[in-house]
Design a protein. Structure first.
Length: 124
């Protein structure tokens, strides 16, 4: 995968985490909204909202992006949650033939797997 393939705006389609016992958890609620933006100069901005009535996790950060093979890394420079700032968020990436972008992250225990799915943003 190359950075050129990511440039533009992506709309969140869904996110789910499956633990070692097969239990599925929706990290951002059942109907999250979100945008992911990549620019040609290597910048990234991500915003995910669970909605006004949800107690689920919201995400907002920006920084730099690097792409190495099928690994995409977000180097977080600023964010709404202090513990994310200064970290590297590493994702295994797959760009499907239908244009869907899937990021997969394994938890520290190696058993939990989180998948986040994006589709190119279409203006209405």
């Amino acid at each position: 995968m190359e950075l050129d393939q990511l440039i533009g705006t992506w709309e969140l389609q869904g996110s789910a985490s499956v633990d070692g016992d097969g239990v599925i958890r929706h990290l951002h609620g059942e109907a999250p909204k979100g945008l992911l933006l990549y620019t040609a100069d290597g910048s990234v901005s991500a915003t995910v909202s669970s909605g006004p009535t949800s107690n689920e996790l919201d995400v907002s950060y920006a920084g730099r992006v690097t792409v190495r093979g099928d690994t995409v890394t977000h180097h977080v420079l600023v964010g709404a949650v202090p513990y994310v700032v200064g970290t590297e968020l590493v994702r295994d990436a797959e760009l499907a033939s239908d244009g869907t972008l899937r990021y997969t992250v394994r938890g520290p225990d190696g058993a939990a797997v989180t998948t986040v799915t994006w589709r190119r943003f279409q203006r209405s």
